[in-house]
Design a protein around this ligand. Structure first.
Ligand SMILES: [Zn+2]
Ligand SMILES: [Zn+2]
Length: 259
């Protein structure tokens, strides 16, 4: 599927392989109008974005846009830090950024640290390893974290919902619908079963499709999502980055109103 924009791509600013310019060139080559550079948030312990590198990231995005003619947005894929919905991307960081994605990840400076390590890393990993559904307690914890994240932050999209983070996907989608946050259909990871996608769709929430590219050749890639959408009927007009449309992102509106 041809995207208007790919709003979830990684570069060498975290653990992607390509540079900002290389991702933008690839976007131009395959006909995308827009791309967001969304490296992992500041709390990712091994390879997260570093505050001191933000000015360089901003300059790189500006230069890549000028060179390729593609809109290149400065973005972040923030990490959830606890079940109150705290993330590692906060108001003092907002001024330099255009796109705010958030998702549950491992090896993050959770708050409090050991409680987060236990729930978000270890218990999620354990049930994934066992190939079992998460326990009710775990599903409640993750669902609360994601719903609070949507309520308390101007998040544009929740990335790879349910990947290594068992949750009540319909409950999260209802919060996303009510607050104007997109549910991302991620083309790098299998994260929703067909039944779960149908349940998310039935809430009326809106979607974007992203590659989650960690290498230049995957920018704009939608193969996995194409296969999912061949099995589960989601109306095209509920997906806001195809057919020439661009999403109306909540973070941009928040910045216009508050900064
Ligand atoms: Zn992610
Ligand atoms: Zn990602």
């Amino acid at each position: 599927m041809l995207l208007t924009g790919d709003y979830h791509t990684h570069t060498v600013y975290s653990h992607g392989k390509g540079t900002v310019l290389e991702n933008a060139r690839r976007a131009a080559e395959i006909g995308l109008k827009e791309i967001a550079i969304t490296d992992h948030g500041f709390g990712q312990m091994a390879f997260g974005l570093r505050h001191k590198r933000v000015p360089r990231l901003v300059a790189d995005c500006k230069q890549a846009a000028a060179e390729t003619g593609v809109n290149v947005y400065v973005g972040v894929e923030a990490n959830l830090c606890n079940d109150e919905g705290l993330t590692d991307f906060n108001p003092p960081d907002y001024k330099d950024f255009d796109v705010f994605l958030a998702g549950i990840h491992r090896f993050v400076r959770f708050k409090p640290f050991w409680r987060g390590m236990w729930n978000m890393l270890w218990v999620n990993w354990w049930y994934t390893f066992l190939k079992r559904e998460g326990s009710d307690r775990l599903v409640r914890y993750n669902t609360k974290a994601l719903v609070n994240c949507i309520k308390n932050n101007p998040v544009d999209a929740i990335t790879h919902l349910n990947y290594l983070s068992f949750c009540d996907v319909a409950e999260v989608a209802k919060a996303a619908r009510d607050y104007g946050t997109y549910i991302e259909l991620n083309s790098k990871k299998v994260h929703l079963s067909d039944e779960q996608l149908a349940a998310v769709r039935d809430t009326g929430v809106r979607f974007i499709i992203d590659s989650d590219a960690h290498s230049v050749d995957r920018v704009g890639d939608t193969k996995l999502v194409d296969e999912l959408l061949a099995r589960v009927d989601v109306p095209r007009d509920r997906i806001d980055n195809i057919d020439g449309r661009t999403p109306s992102f909540r973070f941009r509106a928040y910045k216009e109103a508050h900064l």
